[in-house]
Design a protein around this ligand. Structure first.
Ligand code: SAM
Length: 285
């Protein structure tokens, strides 16, 4: 039998490939193509339109970094909005905080949620077990356009890239409404692409310029994501009040006793120290 490989093209002449032990499921929804695979090294993983989303082996890195950075800056967060995040990993991490009262998760494609419940229970667990989580199957841009001012303390944008259904989540309009929805101590964390390959770096700069125009504090932090292009990925941190380093509450966060495999408060500070070429790229927007 011939070997089966999942391959993702990063540049015209660069590909990332994982040997697949089984192609478990494939479906085309009105929004995107969804595929689930098994592999030896990365365990089970799923892709949307041929782009890697979540693998069992490295999902903890992405999901810890999208949630705990903001929570260590403002551990008083109670009302959370997640845009995207249909695999459930971001909801799982944020719901570890007992102080969180409500999480609205707005996912455009219900099939992502239902299939992750079936194939990726590691991330989809909160969909069945936590009644603080409310699911809305709707476009994220439409949701923020109609939500009320001052409804959230934290918004986490766990989206796909700015092509296809995710495009509207990288616009001025979207960031402007996020600012409006947040309380005066609110924080926005968003999937901020990679600085490395040219097309991703272009999107990184464009998003940063738009977020800077909407928030008085707009920073970017980095983490290592083995299965995303180049392995070097970014989140944006924007706030009306908090600086992610000056306002970090290490003692308070550590007193919560949450075990994290990637995140810690020393790494938190280091994550905002960007390589020179990334800093320069972000300064010139
Ligand atoms: N960690 C992943 C990454 O960066 O590759 C993101 C994973 S998460 C599964 C992304 C989710 O965003 C998908 O389930 C997709 O359906 C959802 N999504 C894309 N565009 C959206 C939109 N406009 N509104 C709400 N959800 C959206």
């Amino acid at each position: 039998m011939r070997d089966l490989w999942y391959s993702e093209k990063y540049e015209e002449d660069v590909k990332f490939s994982v040997k697949v032990t089984q192609h478990l499921y494939s479906e085309k929804t009105p929004f995107q193509q969804i595929d689930f695979f098994d592999s030896k090294t990365f365990g089970r993983f799923f892709t949307l339109d041929g782009f890697m989303m979540v693998t069992e082996k490295d999902e903890f890195i992405y999901h810890e970094m999208i949630t705990h950075v903001a929570m260590a800056v403002n551990p008083e967060v109670k009302r959370v909005l997640i845009i995207g995040g249909g695999d459930g990993g971001t909801a799982r991490e944020i719901l570890r905080y007992k102080t969180i009262k409500k999480v609205d998760l707005v996912e455009i494609d219900e099939r992502v949620v239902r299939l992750c419940q079936q194939y990726l229970p590691l991330t989809a667990a909160p969909f069945d077990h936590d009644n603080r989580l409310v699911l809305h199957f709707q476009d994220g841009l439409d949701f923020v356009q109609t939500a009320k001012n001052n409804s959230y303390d934290l918004i986490l944008v766990d989206s796909t890239d700015p092509i296809g259904p995710g495009e509207g989540l990288f616009t001025y309009d979207f960031y402007h409404h996020c600012e409006r929805l947040l309380s005066n101590v609110g924080i926005l964390i968003n999937q901020h692409e990679s600085p490395y390959y040219e097309s991703d770096a272009y999107e990184m700069k464009r998003s940063h310029a738009k977020i800077k125009a909407s928030f008085p504090i707009a920073k970017v932090y980095q983490f290592h994501m083995p299965t995303y292009p180049s392995g070097h990925w970014l989140f944006g941190f924007a706030s009306k009040k908090y600086d992610p380093i000056k306002d970090l509450k290490s003692d308070k966060w550590e007193s919560l006793g949450l075990y994290t495999k990637y995140y810690n408060t020393k790494l938190h500070q280091g994550a905002f120290m960007l390589p020179t070429y990334v800093k320069e790229g972000l300064e010139n927007v």
